[in-house]
Structures are given as C-alpha cells and as structure tokens.
Design a protein around this ligand. Structure first.
Ligand code: AMP
Length: 559
C-alpha cells in the first residue's frame, strides 16, 4: 500500500516503514514527478519529466494541469485521440504505482490518494476512476491539508494544538484549521479556492511582462517562454532582483514588480483565510502554528502577505513539496493498522454544504422552484449521516426527481449539481388529499463521497439506488477502453522512462543551443542513440553518463 500526492504540477509517492514516512524517488532520482503526459512521435506514451520536457518544444503533443479539469467533461486532443482528465490522471497514477513497485521490489495494488479539500463529489469520483484505470484500488481519499497536518502531527506529536494549514499549490488554494492533541488530529474547518495557485502567479507575471515591454512571444515559442517566466518566478523567491531575456535583451525585474503584477491574486488569499477562521470559530491569535504547504507557499510575496496583513507567522519545518505525500503515507499506515501510528486518530470534515433543490410557496398559489435546502452543513465532522423530511407539492403527485446540490448559495442555480435520484410510488391512492412524504438521508463517508437514501414514509419503501447520473462518470466499457489505451508498449531501452526523459531533454537543449555546442551535443546524442539501438546495458550507461554531464550545466537552475 502506498500514499500518492496527485498534484496539479507534480505528483509524489510515499510509503511508511520503520524509519517513518518517506518519499520514493523516480528513476531520475527525483521525488517530484511532473503531472504531465505526452505522446512521442512513435506513439509511445510519456509521463513525468519526459512529457514535461516534450511539452516545451511540442505543446500540442500532450497535456499538463489536467487536475484542474477533473470532474468536468473537458477533453484534449493529442497523439491521435481524445483524452479525458481522468485518463491523463490515470497515466500519472500508473507511473506512481510503477515507481513504487520499482523501489519496493513488489507489486502494489492499493493506495491512499490525496485530493484538494475543495474537490467536490464529481472530482473525487473522477479521482477514484483514474485510480481504477491505473490498476489501483483506493483505500482512502484524504484531503491534502489533512494529510499535511497528519505529517506535522506525526513529526511533533505533543507540542501542537490549534493549527492552520495554508496550502498554495500549482492550481488550488486551501486553508484548513485543525486541532491536534494527544495524537488526535481533528479538522475544524476547511475553505478554499479551486482556481488559485502558483500557475496563476506565473500567468500573471507573463501577462505583466508582455504589457510592460510591449512584446509577445511567437506562438511556436509559447511553451519555452512560459518555462522561462516560471524560472524567473522561482528566482524571485530566492532573490530580490533578477532578469529575463526579452527579444534578445536582458530586462531587469524586481520582486516588487512581481508583487504589483500579482496584487490581484494575493488579495484573493485573505477572504479564504478569514472564512476558515470564522467557520472554526477562532481568531488568528488563537493559532499555534501556520503550516505552509505547496510549492507556491514559498513565495516571499505570499509569506509577507501572511505576516503583515493577516498577522500570521508561517512554520516551514517540513518541506512544503513533500509534506502532503508524507501525510498520505501516514494515512496509509493508519488504514493498514501499522503500529507506528496506532495512537494517531484522524477526524475530517465535509468541505461543502450538501442539500437538495426544493420549491417554496412564497404567497398563496405562487410556487417558486430552485431553492437550496441544506441537509449536511459544511464542516460537519465525517463520517456523518443526517436526514430531512420533504413533502410533495401536490397531493396527487406520484413522482419526485430529487436533485442533489452542493454549495453555499440560497438558490440552486449558483451551486453545483451532483446528481439526481428519481423516486416514484408516492401516491398511495388516486385523488388522495394529503401530500406524499419522503425522508432524505445523506451519508458522507471518509472519502468525501456522498450516498443518498430516500424512504417513502407512507410505505416505508427505500430507494437504495444512490445518485444516478454523476456527470462525467464512466461506464465499465469506457474504463476498459481507457485501460487499453494506457497499455504500455514493449519496453525497449529507448522507452525506459529515464532514457526517454534524457532524449526529450537533449532534444530540448538541441533546439536552444547553436554552433559548437550543438555539434558536440549532436555527437553525444548519436552515440547514445546507437547505444540504445544495441540494447547493451553497459554501452547505454556510459553513453548516458557522458550525455548527462554535458547537459547538467544547462539545467542546473531547474533543480
Ligand atoms: P504543487 O502543486 O504543490 O506541486 O505546487 C507547485 C507550484 O509551486 C507551481 O506553481 C510552482 O511554480 C510553484 N513553486 C515551486 N517552487 C517554487 C519556488 N521556489 N518559488 C515560487 N513558486 C514555486
């Protein structure tokens, strides 16, 4: 059993052993595997670093950031077919499974997978489906901030009490308030913005540069340009000042330029923090620690905002990139009843209010549809189950189409539709004078997945069929198709992930350099290609080493 942090930008896999939780590195020796997939010219599916590098020079050949589209009907065209976000995530999960099997030397078929606390039901279902396609059974979905708190709770069992997890990842922002005492980690409140993350800071910086310098990269250079802006953003985490090449000239950029370019984004952090504090019914002064999670929480402009505006002091004891994966491994150990975590107990909350669509009689004879009637309030501790009784509008009515929504608005049109349950048999005899009544029970499990049970009170008949149409849910046939599409081709040395990544990286460097460097690189590449063709492990290893040491200085900055 493994713990997987399936991130917007990067994914990690971790396990728990005698020494505690640890992240398993991929074949390139990296803990972080980019959540990117691409299809090479010969039809091979690339995942991770190789895919990310390929996307720089051939953006149309694959996709990254698909986590943002989980649970929607979005599709992407590349490699001669259409891909859903679920299939893309499945490819990444399968890669994480493969890395774990390689490192552990045994087969892995069960995983704990982390999801943003703000993932709604469809996004969670989509994640479970992706795991199924990848050949993994999901033992538990755990909210990312909860996983982070578990990792901190494991690390410092006694001296923490009221915590805030401030998680700014690549694509999402989550704030969670937890209480930890005597090994019990209890989530008090969770709030978030599903479309705010480090990538938005990169986009805002790119847009600012374009505006400020009145210049736009050519379409073919868009991938390369965005990568340069991403590196600039990271340099501005380390240094007050930096520079970027624009139209052949060095343009100086300061951290305060970055601050003004992203002011609109940092302003969106505060309401989320306040909502979490309000829901947990505490003030910021009552927090013992603010735990920073997600690569983008490293940015000084974000830290400043926390310290100056919100009067919070961040704690960066654990690496923000790894803490969620470590927590997933601890959760995995909890599920497996591992002795190391026996005293650790976790309670979580449901992050959204869940309810149904009802009509209201606002004046005699005037019935208005479309009101949201909550059944489970947000931040109720899970697992939980609650029911409400509803009446039919007309005494003679035999059927109800119950529409289930989640969200915080009074009107259902502003909330998210999760699915429908159709109930009939409400009329016991024609022309009856009293309305039919149903009892609607919502049960929310530890995975954040909702079950709905309806009981017709007059006959005690239960409608056990849970939510019918979750938009985007795949049929068993579609899942079987997706599994086939992800079948690996034969594993020739050329297709091994490390060699693939090396070739993609070299191809990318080839496009960048010129003159003698290009000739030297070309020779090394030829030697490497012929070593691959020979399939001789010794030759491959020595050609790879030469190629790597040539390329190392060019990519140092990224590591
Ligand atoms: P995650 O989803 O947690 O992997 O977050 C990745 C995000 O963090 C990406 O948007 C990265 O650009 C961002 N990130 C990672 N390291 C840094 C850094 N040193 N400075 C600024 N942003 C970073």
């Amino acid at each position: 059993m493994i713990g997987i942090d399936l991130g917007t930008t990067n994914s990690l896999v971790a396990v728990m052993d005698e020494g505690g939780p640890r992240v398993l590195a991929n074949e390139l020796g990296e803990d972080l595997t980019p959540s990117a997939i691409a299809v090479a010219e010969d039809g091979t599916l690339l995942v991770g670093r190789a895919a990310k590098d390929r996307l720089v020079t051939a953006p149309q050949s694959g996709r990254a950031f698909f986590k943002r589209d989980m649970g929607t009907s979005a599709t992407y065209g590349f490699g001669g077919r259409r891909w859903t976000p679920v299939e893309c995530s499945a490819a990444v999960l399968r890669e994480m499974k493969r890395i774990a099997e390689l490192r552990l030397g045994k087969q892995v078929d069960t995983a704990v997978i982390t999801v943003p606390a703000y993932f709604h039901d469809q996004q969670r279902q989509a994640t479970v489906e992706a795991a199924k396609i990848a050949g993994l059974r999901v033992e538990r979905l755990v909210n990312e901030p909860t996983a982070a708190a578990l990792a901190y709770g494991y690390d410092a069992r006694d001296d923490l009490s009221t915590l805030m997890v401030f998680d700014l990842g690549g694509g999402t922002f989550d704030v969670t308030v937890l209480e930890c005492f005597d090994g019990v980690v209890e989530v008090k409140a969770s709030s978030g913005e599903s479309r705010l993350g480090g990538e938005d800071f990169t986009d805002a910086l790119a847009a600012w540069l374009t505006k400020e310098f009145g210049w736009k990269p050519e379409a073919t250079q868009a991938g390369r340009w965005r990568e340069q802006v991403e590196l600039l953003k990271r340099r501005l985490t380390k240094d007050e000042r930096s520079a970027i090449a624009i139209a052949g000239k060095e343009a100086p950029i300061s951290r305060s330029d970055f601050r003004s370019a992203t002011a609109e984004l940092t302003a969106r952090l505060r309401p989320v923090v306040h909502r979490a504090l309000r829901d947990a019914q505490i003030t910021s002064a009552q927090l013992d620690a603010v735990l920073m999670v997600g690569g983008a929480s490293r940015m000084p402009i974000v830290v400043e905002h926390l310290v100056e505006d919100l009067k919070l002091t961040p704690d960066t004891r654990l690496d923000p990139d790894r803490v969620v994966a470590l927590g997933a491994a601890i959760q995995q150990a909890l599920c497996a009843g591992n002795a190391a975590v026996r005293e650790l107990v976790l309670t979580d909350v449901c992050p959204h209010t869940l309810g149904v669509d009802i009509s209201k009689q606002l004046a005699p004879g005037k019935i208005e549809p479309g009101f949201f009637s909550p059944i489970l309030d947000r931040n109720t501790t899970v697992p939980t189950s609650r029911s409400e009784i509803f009446n039919t509008l007309h005494p003679d009515q035999d059927e109800i189409l119950l529409k289930v929504y989640q969200g915080e608005s009074r009107m259902v049109r502003d909330n998210q539709l999760i699915g429908h349950v159709r109930v009939n048999g409400l009329r016991t005899r024609p022309g009856q004078s009293h309305p039919g009544q149903i009892d609607v029970r919502f049960s929310y499990d530890m995975n954040g997945i909702l079950e709905v049970e309806v009981t017709i009170l007059s006959t005690s008949r239960k409608v056990t069929a849970v939510i019918e149409q979750r938009p985007g849910t795949m049929t068993p046939d579609q899942i079987a198709d997706a599994i086939r599409a992800l079948q690996p081709l034969k594993i020739h040395p050329r297709e091994m992930p490390a060699n693939r990544a090396r070739l993609e990286r070299a191809g990318r460097l080839y496009a960048d350099v010129s003159g003698d460097l290009r000739v030297a690189l070309s020779n090394l590449l030829d030697r490497f290609e012929s070593a691959l063709a020979s399939q001789d492990p010794g030759m491959i290893a020595s050609a790879a080493e030469e190629l790597d040491s040539f390329m190392h200085p060019f990519f140092r900055e990224e590591i």
